[in-house]
Design a binder for this molecule. Structure first.
Ligand code: ZN
Ligand code: ZN
Length: 127
């Protein structure tokens, strides 16, 4: 694989991630991009997501399944217990929570991530 094609696929994956709020898995991105990019492989998607995450331009999220976020600014998430979709929630970052955790442990605490759980608006409406 030549360098040009490699970076084009990487750009493609990055663009797709920047234009969705779904916090997709690698498989989801692959299924979205594959129809227009027949030469794309799932391995390439994984490899490029890992590179982008290592560079810090996207965020790798540890959920029950690994997901990716194009928004690298600190923000909180909500995961629906029914459909598994992940949404951003704009609650302010709590420095005091870091301080509280610091007081109660020996660890160097750099940041925290908040995950809310429940039933999303779409699932609630479809009952
Ligand atoms: Zn839902
Ligand atoms: Zn997010």
């Amino acid at each position: 694989m030549n360098g040009k094609r490699y970076s084009r696929q990487r750009e493609l994956i990055y663009e797709a991630l920047m234009h969705t709020e779904e916090h997709p898995t690698a498989e989801m991105l692959y299924s979205w991009l594959k129809p227009d990019n027949p030469s794309l492989s799932l391995g390439t998607v994984y490899r490029n997501l890992n590179l982008l995450a290592d560079e810090g331009v996207i965020t790798r999220m540890a959920f029950p399944v690994e997901r990716y976020d194009g928004n690298t600014a600190p923000h909180s998430h909500f995961c629906c217990d029914r459909c598994g979709r992940v949404y951003d929630i704009a609650v302010p970052y709590s420095e005091s929570l870091d301080q509280e955790a610091l007081k109660r442990s020996e660890h160097q605490i750099d940041r925290h991530e908040v995950l809310f759980r429940g039933v999303c608006a779409a699932c609630k409406a479809s009952r």
